[in-house]
Write a protein that binds this ligand. Structure first.
Ligand code: MOS
Length: 725
């Protein structure tokens, strides 16, 4: 890499380049684009969990002033539906809607009203009368449904070695089940779209994480060529996985626009975001672990039981970390799914790791206690530099460093050695820790750079269909261009989220930063290379881009660059690593508790901007804390609808819950990951936070909490763990 621009290049903590646009309201989110002549759609949700629509009466709704159409399965356009019985949910999946009278879950869209104003549409939607025939036997509870569990197609059982032998060989064993509830993403910006169908072509301003996959989804659902779909997703107010997919409001808006010949805006309400934009599934994770007296693991089995919808398959891969994190000869990962009458669950921030690490790192803590070993030393004892699950070496792995540096920074030495042994007034004080790891994927990405010479200064514009879901993509891409063109960041403009721009993998799975920045780098390098070649300038000659343009007698020049994972990348397991430490104070009489402080150490390759990276990490840590403190979508036990219906009852942490957070990034150079050595941190921050806190609660109280969230009433009623005095 070139010498770093000290002021604004790669690795400098500059303020967000789009910050001013956001705080002044100039950054345009999906429904803020001034589309002329638009009308408003409001979805109608089913009020039964399973059954059939037997009659629809739209007459009252149609009389409402301004109402233009009421669309139900009776008059909806016939769309391409699933060919197979249970297709796997993926980000470019088709999203058919209103295609039959069947109801598969409570809240399913059964109609949509389109009107001149939002209020008219909302009002009229309530006047549509739908009669149902209820199926007497919906499935929405685990108890009584376990026999329906099947092995998901996408997740075969994994086994290395022999679990029974590994457990037999152990001095200590453990067999415990950890449960996590349904959770919802709830980004601040509601899911929303303005779609126009014009002469067979679709333009949609949509809040989506992956522009290209939204195009595939719309084109597949409506059976129109990809080139006839344009998506604009310039700013996204959070997604956390829910906006990876093209949800049905997008399809409904396109369908309505096609019918009415006018642009249609559809905003999913906060209540509908519980039923119509995905969720994290409920997981029951059974962990079996065996270890020798000296701490060496002999067996690790991780079985996850979850649910999917009755028409589509999604499996949160909870066993991922259990397959790669530790040096264990006998390892088993299994998944089972029960089809249930809920919407299809989907990826939610660190799908697999966020929940899987709660089970794994709680179980590791339990085992350390059985062995009377320090939990940090227990993990270090089982470190491996080879990913045994994939049979590949890690490109780099600084887990031990994360653990040691974190322990030092946190003051782990001062940990209460016995649970329930430190008290201050009414408070029981405990320390907890956990190890974390997240896959660091990197995908094929293209970008364009436009160089313009004005008064001796080079101005650059980067264009790519990448999205910024609030994470700082605009900023780090601008820093990359500044770095590789050797110009101040003020001279760089970044334009994102338009399918007219070169294709990227979008924002998801923590691959955004690595993919986007290397793509932008490649475009800048390609411009410089070509400008040099044109004038026979040696490729190593140091010459400014301004000089190069002048030598080429150009005041404007465009170039594209493409990057893809290297052979070396494919031969390695590329992961980021981390360690969490936390201190929790529990009121011994009420079970109420406070998170006093957290220390998080991460090794995630090159940190492009320490300021935006810090924001990402505290966001992840807050979500991780939310898993423990409060986050939970509750199911009504008789009818199967969600009774958690708004942010007034779906609780997330607030500032007061999040005390001192110390975030440390270790310097790490991993050139196997990609040329810039970026690994991405979107998901590392949430991983293992829940276990660290639950382990601190154990250390404080002697109570092992295996069911999230850990509410005060659960905590106060929980028994002491056998052996705690
Ligand atoms: Mo992420 S759950 O891939 O947005």
């Amino acid at each position: 890499m070139k010498k770093t621009l000290k002021e604004s290049g790669v690795g400098t903590p500059i303020n967000r380049v789009e910050g001013k646009l956001k705080v002044t309201g100039m950054a345009k989110y999906a429904t803020e684009f001034p589309v002329k002549n638009k009308v408003y759609a409001q979805g109608i949700n089913s009020t039964i969990t399973k059954g059939e629509i037997i009659s629809v009466d739209t007459s009252e709704a149609e009389k409402v002033e301004g109402v233009l159409a009421v669309i139900t399965h009776k008059n909806a356009e016939k769309l391409k539906t699933f060919e197979e019985e249970m297709p796997e949910l993926s980000t470019p999946s088709k999203a058919p809607v209103l295609q039959s009278s069947k109801v598969y879950y409570y809240g399913q869209y059964v109609g949509v009203v389109v009107a001149e104003t939002f209020e008219q549409a909302q009002y009229a939607a309530r006047l549509v009368k739908i009669e149902y025939k209820k199926d007497p036997d919906p499935t929405f509870q685990f108890d009584g449904s376990r026999s329906k569990a099947y092995t998901p197609e996408a997740q075969e059982d994994y086994l290395r070695g022999n679990i029974a032998e590994g457990l037999a060989d152990a001095d200590e064993t453990l067999d415990e089940t950890y449960t996590t509830p349904i959770e919802h993403h709830h980004p601040m910006e509601l899911h929303a779209v303005i779609a126009s169908w014009e002469n067979g072509k679709v333009t949609a301003y949509a809040s989506q994480q992956i522009v290209e996959d939204s195009i595939i989804s719309i084109s597949d659902t409506f059976q129109i060529p990809k080139k006839d779909v344009r998506i604009i997703s310039a700013y996204v107010g959070g997604g956390f996985g829910s906006k990876l997919y093209t949800e049905r409001h997008v399809i409904l808006a396109v369908m309505a626009s096609k019918m009415l010949g006018r642009p249609v805006q559809m905003t999913v309400t906060r209540q509908q975001m519980f039923t119509n934009t995905g969720m994290r599934q409920h997981n029951e994770q059974r962990m079996k672990i065996g270890a020798k007296k000296d701490g060496a693991l002999t067996a690790l089995s991780h079985e996850t039981l979850s649910h999917t919808s009755t028409f589509q398959e999604y499996q949160e891969p909870c066993g991922m970390m259990s397959k790669m994190l530790y040096n264990v000869p006998n390892n088993q990962i299994k998944y089972r799914l029960i089809p249930m009458n809920f919407q299809t669950p989907c990826a939610m921030r660190a799908p697999g790791e966020a929940t899987g690490s709660f089970a794994l790192e709680s179980a590791m803590d339990e085992m350390a206690w059985k062995l009377k070993m320090d939990p940090v030393e227990f993990r270090i004892k089982n470190d491996t530099q080879v990913d045994l699950g994939a049979d590949k070496p890690f490109s780099s792995r600084l887990l031990i460093e994360c653990l040691r540096i974190g322990a030092d920074r946190f003051g782990w030495d001062d940990r209460p050695k016995e649970p329930r042994s430190r008290q201050k007034g009414n408070w029981l004080i405990g320390y907890g820790m956990s190890a974390a790891s997240r896959n660091a994927p990197y995908q094929e990405t293209a970008a364009k750079v436009i160089l313009e010479l004005e008064d001796e200064k080079v101005f650059a514009t980067i264009q790519m269909d990448a999205t910024d879901i609030g994470t700082g993509s605009y900023t780090i891409i601008a820093q990359t261009a500044a770095e590789y063109l050797d110009i101040p960041v003020e001279q760089v403009t970044v334009e994102l989220g338009d399918s007219n721009f070169p294709i990227t993998p979008g924002s998801g799975g923590s691959w955004g930063a690595a993919s986007y920045c290397n793509g932008a780098r490649a475009a800048c390098e390609s411009a410089i290379t070509k400008l040099k070649e044109n004038r026979n300038i040696d490729k190593d000659e140091e010459i400014s881009v301004a000089e190069l343009l002048k030598k080429n007698q150009l005041n404007r020049y465009e170039a594209e660059g493409t990057v893809a994972p290297s052979e070396e990348f494919e031969k390695h397991s590329v992961f980021s690593f981390g360690a969490n430490f936390s201190e929790v104070w529990v009121d011994k009489d009420t079970g109420m508790y406070r998170i006093k402080r957290m220390v998080n150490v991460g090794s995630a390759g090159k940190i492009m901007n320490p300021k935006t990276a810090y924001g990402q990490m505290i966001g992840g840590l807050t979500m991780g804390a939310g898993m423990v403190l409060a986050e939970q979508t509750k199911v009504e036990p008789n009818f199967g609808n969600f009774i958690t219906r708004s942010l007034a009852d779906y609780h997330v942490p607030v500032n007061l819950d999040m005390a001192n957070i110390d975030v440390i990034f270790l310097p790490e150079e991993d050139k196997i990951a990609n040329k810039m050595g970026i690994k991405g941190i979107g998901e590392l921050g949430i991983t293992s936070v829940a276990a660290s806190l639950a382990n601190a609660i154990f250390n404080a109280t002697g109570k092992r909490m295996r069911d999230l969230p850990i509410t005060p009433e659960k905590l106060i009623n929980a028994p002491l763990e056998p052996g705690v005095t």
